[in-house]
Design a protein around this ligand. Structure first.
Ligand code: NAI
Ligand code: NAD
Ligand code: ISE
Length: 336
């Protein structure tokens, strides 16, 4: 059986996901594309040699009879509209993070999905599919380091474009930690605070970079996340869990160690596309398999909502400098 997929948004990650659905994964075929910039679609059809219809309107793609499932990889502010339209059409939808740019937008999706009576949404949070994070979670679950007490994390990009704003450090970047740490600890956030260290001279003048986000969970775990998106040296994701009886660290990506010119060294990745390349493959194969089998088990609209509630609090904390409460409603039984 093959799943016919339509893709909205054929930019950086859209192109990557079309490549993997066409060349890497099983049981999937990309049959329809849409982008506000039509030439992006034409270029991809040419480069990847796929046969896909280009739609000039995203809603026509969503409602096209040959499209069985939708990938939303357009920019964040468009996600809510397209996911709601997919639910209305009764079609499964994989939506890149963020599910919507506000918690209210995510809640609109949660309510529409519950009203439809069927899970249709998977959010593109790929880190729970990463072998390194899964190994870290297994160490915690085995009790190897006792109960987690503190986490020290970092999310560093070599550079960002001028259009990247201070709040995007939360809504675009930290959102991955907000999701994966909640999953890792099986815990929810209760408060957030943001601290600005001395700014790097490498950032645009309008951007506060780096930032430190301090989170507290319901179980009392304290988390610090450094977000540094103009660190220059690489794309570097760190996560250290301090437990009652030991410490566990997220494994580094595999890299050959060299001894040369009086140095012992390993390379650091610079491109986010490569850091979680296997996790993207696994998450999308999971989506395809689940749509075909009729049971969605990946990161849900509720997980998208939970991350957005925490993100809203972090953005408020950026602006006020205060410790801001994170208040999560009770999870509907639909998502248990
Ligand atoms: P991009 O800017 O390279 O691509 C976005 C594409 O969407 C562009 O081709 C643009 O023309 C198109 N687009 C914008 N508005 C549209 C509309 N109304 N209708 C149809 N097409 C529209 O951005 P990128 O880096 O590919 O990011 C896209 C999404 O994927 C974002 O939500 C981003 O947060 C997410 N993302 C997720 C990553 C992950 O690790 N899970 C990594 C990178 C991006
Ligand atoms: P689990 O029951 O241990 O999950 C723990 C908890 O995390 C659950 O309460 C679940 O609701 C929640 N959760 C799941 N995804 C989340 C997310 N993205 N953000 C926040 N909370 C989340 O189950 P698990 O086997 O650890 O799987 C967790 C996720 O990883 C699932 O989405 C699963 O489909 C996916 N996954 C599974 C495999 C596999 O081989 N089974 C491999 C990779 C990823
Ligand atoms: C990008 O949108 C991503 O999602 C990457 O995974 C993240 O590391 C980067 O900071 C974001 O800009």
């Amino acid at each position: 059986m093959t799943l016919n997929i339509g893709v909205i948004g054929t930019g950086a990650i859209g192109r990557e996901h079309i490549r993997r659905c066409s060349q890497v994964l099983q049981h999937s075929r990309v049959v329809a594309l849409n982008d506000i910039n039509r030439s992006n679609c034409e270029q991809i059809i040419h480069d990847l040699g796929i046969q896909a219809e280009i739609y000039d309107n995203a809603h026509d793609l969503i409602n096209a009879p040959e499209v069985q499932a939708i990938l939303v990889t357009s920019w964040g502010p468009t996600h809510e509209e397209f996911v709601l339209a997919a639910i209305k059409a009764g079609k499964a939808v994989f939506c890149e993070k963020p599910l919507a740019v506000t918690a209210q937008g995510c809640m609109n999706i949660v309510e529409a999905e519950i009203a439809a009576g069927k899970k249709l949404v998977q959010v593109g949070f790929m880190r729970p599919y990463d072998a390194g994070y899964r190994a870290l979670k297994a160490v915690i679950n085995n009790g190897d380091i006792g109960e987690p007490l503190m986490l020290h994390c970092a999310h560093r990009n070599p550079e960002v474009g001028d259009s990247y704003t201070t709040d995007m450090a939360i809504t675009d970047t930290l959102i991955h930690e907000l999701d994966v740490l909640r999953w890792l600890l099986k815990d929810d956030y209760v408060s957030a605070q943001v601290i600005y260290p001395r700014s790097t001279s490498k950032a645009a003048s309008h951007l506060k970079d780096p930032q430190i986000v301090l989170l507290e969970t319901a179980k009392g775990v304290r988390i610090d996340v450094e977000i540094f998106v103009n660190c220059t040296y690489g794309y570097d994701i760190q996560c250290e869990v301090v437990g009652e009886s030991g410490i566990a660290r997220l494994p580094e990506p595999m890299s050959v160690q060299t001894r040369s010119a009086a140095k012992l060294s390993t390379r650091i990745l610079t491109d986010w596309k490569k850091r979680f390349i296997d996790a993207y493959d696994v998450e999308l194969q999971d989506f395809i398999n689940n749509v075909l089998s009729g049971e969605m088990t990946g990161p849900s609209a509720w997980d998208g909502f939970a991350a957005a509630v925490a993100a809203d609090a972090c953005v408020a904390a950026q602006k006020s400098g205060d410790i801001v409460p994170v208040t999560m409603p009770v999870k509907p039984a639909f998502y248990n």
